[in-house]
Design a protein around this ligand. Structure first.
Ligand code: CTP
Length: 409
């Protein structure tokens, strides 16, 4: 029996990239032998074990053949005769199909090192198409390594397009799609994830509401980049600069969905796109089962991003409405997330990438003013009357304080 380090750990070590987890493949052993050695079986369908001490994942070498649809529809073949090369052949990308022996020897039958050097994400074999999740994985790896110069090989894009054409993505559970999207949003260049999905046609299947933005013009005066899809990806890039939080990046991605359904006669203007977008954001979140925190922020940013941009023109009443709608008074963390997404929107335009966003501080100061009013100021009031008195005083102070909101205190 022999054990090899495989997959991401080998790839990332060669790339000088941080290694998060170590996966091992075991050749020449049976499940019974593994159990005798103290390994703990975790895989129900696959022969996967945890090492008794390190708790690393150790899988018996296996081959797989497609049996049904989706990423679970596999017939797994595993016996002590399955070779390392056979196991590596079933894997997705050449850079993920290398193994390292105990003595450091690299086993690389499918050109992983060559593709690492050439910065190419390339499928190992035609068996790539047997697992539709690989469309998303490949796009995610492209997002992760884009800054190192990696791109997806044309032949691999062609196979991804084939998976899309066969409608195999329809068999992926929403939870899996969500995990990949969320992980992609956490990468350095999540916009590349979207671009790769678009290139192979997967975006139109997975997120048609987003795909619809490409080719939709906006007024050049506010959007020198013109295209709504291009703008959205620029906003996403800016969101990456402003925040590590997945929900901020997700909100950036969905904030302008309404522009995809602007009546053709109104283009390139998009009056009311914030409201038209709400239904679409809800539909996306429901379909891909986005967590509530992501959904809530995406909805707020969709509906109120123009309010944020125009903060300095808003009267006290509308300012208060905005503060309340974004839960600013009770949840400052959520408000900061909202402001980050709005700032990303303002900067995600050609030529505005470095522009300041004074609206954020303006709104933070407005929040402070509103918080200066509390129930103790109206000892004789209760219930609805109290609520109205507080709101009235908040509006009065906001209106009175507006000139001062512009200057840092
Ligand atoms: N793998 C595959 N097809 C999949 C999932 C995984 O071929 N759909 C293989 C790849 O060889 C991959 C390995 O299993 O390298 C381990 O998978 P995983 O832990 O999901 O990914 P990593 O490559 O380790 O990448 P990450 O850094 O994202 O964890």
């Amino acid at each position: 029996m022999q054990t090899y380090l495989v997959g991401g750990a080998v790839r990332d070590a060669l790339l000088d990239y941080p290694v998060h987890e170590r996966d091992w493949v075991v050749v020449g052993a049976s499940p019974e032998q593994m159990l005798e050695l103290g390994y703990q079986q975790v895989g129900k369908d696959f022969p996967v074990f945890l090492h008794p001490e390190t708790r690393d994942e150790c899988a018996l070498a296996r081959t797989e053949r497609k049996r049904g649809h989706g990423y679970t529809g596999f017939a797994v073949h595993c016996d002590p005769g399955v070779t390392l090369e056979e196991d590596l052949l079933r894997r997705d990308l050449t850079i993920n199909a290398m193994a390292q022996a105990d003595d450091g020897t690299l086993i690389d039958p499918y050109g992983g090192q060559r593709d690492l050097a050439e910065r190419v994400l390339r499928h190992v074999s035609e068996a790539f198409v047997e697992d539709p999740l690989r469309v998303l994985r490949t796009a995610r790896f492209a997002a992760r390594y884009a800054h190192l110069g990696f791109t997806v090989a044309d032949e691999t894009i062609a196979l991804m397009a084939e998976i899309v054409r066969q409608d195999e993505l329809a068999h992926l559970p929403p939870e899996r799609i969500w995990i990949e999207l969320d992980r992609a949003l956490g990468e350095r260049n999540p916009e590349v994830f979207v671009e790769v999905l678009r290139e192979c046609g997967a975006l139109a299947r997975l997120l048609p509401e987003l795909d619809a933005l490409f080719g939709i013009p906006q007024p050049e005066q506010h959007h020198p980049e013109i295209d709504s899809g291009v703008h959205t990806l620029m906003v996403l890039q800016q969101a990456v600069k402003l925040s590590d939080a997945g929900d901020v990046r997700f909100a950036a991605l969905l904030h302008d969905l309404g522009k995809g359904v602007t009546p053709a006669g109104e283009l390139p203007r998009h009056i009311g796109h914030e409201h038209r977008g709400i239904r679409l954001v809800k539909a996306v979140c429901q379909r891909i089962k986005a967590p509530n925190q992501y959904r809530d922020l995406a909805l707020k940013v969709c509906e109120f991003h123009l309010h944020s941009h125009r903060a300095m023109e808003l009267r006290g009443k509308t300012l208060l409405k905005l503060l309340r709608a974004t839960d600013a008074l009770r949840r400052p963390d959520r408000f900061e997330a909202f402001l980050a997404a709005c700032e990303a929107d303002a900067r995600g335009r050609k030529g505005s990438e470095e522009s300041p966003y004074p609206q954020a501080d303006y709104l933070r100061r407005a929040r402070e003013i509103a918080l200066g009013v509390n129930a103790r100021m109206f000892p004789n009031l209760q219930g609805k009357a109290m609520g109205e008195a507080i709101a009235g005083e908040q509006v009065r102070r906001l209106d009175a304080g507006r000139p001062n909101l512009r200057q840092p205190s």
